[in-house]
Design a protein around this ligand. Structure first.
Ligand code: SF4
Length: 246
């Protein structure tokens, strides 16, 4: 992979590195402060994120997709909103820790509106935060703010659900791979062989295999090819991006 390709695939990192370079040349003393602050946040993230990733993997393994779809999905209704509010309010840790968990819940069937509720309540109405708020600013202030914030969160969740496409959210942060997987639904008999081989890439919905785009990683290319070969009805086609069949 050439340097240009690496830069293209990591655009945000390339922009940040360029900004740092410019600051180092033009304002070295400010650059030193920026490095010190970045180091502080990096250390904090290194301490917290492994725990969050372990928690995410544990939830992913222990809670079936059907449960998350039923309790937090598009059809979960007001009860789903309440559960999301509770999940966010009972959480611990900084808000960036909520993003991998939210992504996992989204990929397992949670609705966009419930993800907005979890993230927003995690950020602004966590229970330890409310307790401190009541102590310093009074119970009535905390109570009124809580009620108004919950109303605002529910409105935001409803609007975001209407404006944002869940597929775009699932694609965000995924790494571009060389291959594209297509499943011919007319051929698929829902035998589940592909799911057994790569549960992170395939899932069965309504007795047909579907591709989980967010689960595909560049290092999976060989295994993906094997799933296509093992599929008894040749329903899986793996195509090189650009058109040719791999
Ligand atoms: S292996 Fe083929 S037929 Fe079986 S579920 Fe997967 S795509 Fe469908």
């Amino acid at each position: 992979m050439t340097f240009t390709n690496v830069m293209k695939k990591n655009k945000l990192m390339a922009i940040v590195a360029s900004i740092y370079l410019i600051i180092f040349v033009l304002m070295p003393e400010k650059a030193a402060i920026a490095v010190s602050n970045s180091t502080y946040y990096l250390i904090e993230m290194v301490q917290i994120l492994p725990v969050i990733f372990l928690l995410t993997v544990a939830i992913e393994a222990l809670i079936p997709k059907e449960t998350i779809t039923k309790r937090l999905g598009e059809k979960s209704g007001f009860l789903g909103n309440i559960l999301s509010l509770l999940l966010g309010s009972l959480s611990a840790g900084p808000i960036y820790a909520a993003f991998p968990i939210s992504k996992m819940l989204l990929s397992k069937g949670a609705s966009v509106s419930n993800i907005v509720i979890i993230l927003s309540s995690w950020a602004v109405i966590k229970i330890p935060m409310l307790a401190n708020e009541a102590k310093f600013l009074g119970v009535s202030f905390m109570g009124v703010r809580w009620v108004l914030t919950v109303i605002a969160i529910l409105i935001m969740a409803w609007i975001t659900e209407k404006l944002v496409d869940k597929k775009d959210m699932l694609k965000a942060g995924t790494v571009e791979t060389d291959n594209h997987i297509a499943i011919n639904k007319d051929y698929c008999i829902g035998c589940g062989i592909c799911v057994k081989m790569m549960p992170q890439v395939y899932e069965i919905i309504d007795q047909k295999a579907h591709v989980i785009e967010a689960g595909i990683k560049p290092c999976d290319d060989a295994m993906i090819q094997k799933t296509a070969e093992k599929c008894p009805t040749h329903a899986i086609a793996v195509k090189r991006k650009g058109g040719a069949v791999a």
